[in-house]
Design a protein around this ligand. Structure first.
Ligand code: HEM
Length: 215
């Protein structure tokens, strides 16, 4: 069994499971954040829901999922580069695979850079700063931040990068765990594009709302 997790397919398997778990988190996260479009009361109520003990238990698991996903991605990328020191002649590569699939690591790294900023922007304040001290509400903090052009634009770019990362990651995860054959491959590709589109547009619309109309 330990051989499986250190094998190349085992590492990909871990990437897939953690990746699918992160997609689940994003579904909940986007749903709560879309409440921002319905005003302060709706969003603040959504945030109260996120304070439930069951959600608190999921938080450290989520953090672990992110860490494992990132470490394994780095290990796999380094191993692939070592195994292939000189690049293949890649004449037909762009026909066989998408741009996103060839740039998964860099897309992931950019999403990670965004996450560091994002945690500093919101999570720290929610847990230890102004929101925790009740000097501002959750809605005030988030809306005032997104209304600043620099943040609004960064959030839109991050949403698009996340969408690109998921457009390949989602169906690739299913393929790795063995849930893909000739028929399902095409279907899962469409499902992946759907999720990618929903996340990219969903998060962008929230940022655009505050960028255009202010806090
Ligand atoms: C318009 C876009 C977004 C808004 C308004 C937003 C808002 C927030 C807020 C308010 C928090 C703090 C919640 C709390 O501590 O209770 C948070 C945490 C977090 N966000 Fe976002 N977010 C957005 C996009 C994203 C994206 C695209 C990702 C992933 C790539 C992401 C990943 C996370 C993570 C990992 C946390 C920390 C875990 C947690 O507290 O639940 N967010 N976000």
């Amino acid at each position: 069994m330990s051989n499986f997790f250190t094998s190349s397919i085992g590492k990909k398997f871990i990437m897939s499971i953690t990746g699918l778990f992160l997609i689940l988190f994003l579904c909940v996260h986007l749903t709560v954040n879309l409440l921002l479009l319905f005003g302060a009361d709706a969003f603040n109520a959504g945030c109260e829901f996120m304070e439930l003990p069951v959600i608190k238990v999921i938080e450290p698991i989520l953090a672990l999922g992110f860490i494992i996903h990132i470490i394994w991605a780095s290990v796999l990328t380094l191993q692939n580069q070592k195994a292939r020191p000189t690049k293949y002649a890649l004449r037909n590569q762009s026909k066989n695979c998408t741009w996103a699939s060839r740039n998964m690591y860099i897309l992931g790294a950019l999403v990670l850079a965004f996450l560091v900023l994002h945690i500093c922007n919101f999570w720290l304040d929610f847990k230890f700063g102004d929101v925790a001290n009740e000097t501002v509400t959750q809605y005030e903090l988030v809306s005032q931040k997104l209304a600043q052009p620099v943040y609004g634009i960064i959030y839109i770019i991050a949403a698009i990068l996340l969408g690109l990362h998921l457009s390949h990651g989602f169906w690739s995860a299913f393929q790795t765990i063995g849930f893909s054959n000739q028929i399902w491959r095409k279907r899962l590709e469409y499902v992946a594009y759907f999720f990618a589109f929903v996340f990219a547009i969903g998060f962008s619309v929230i940022a655009l709302r505050f960028l255009i109309f202010g806090a």
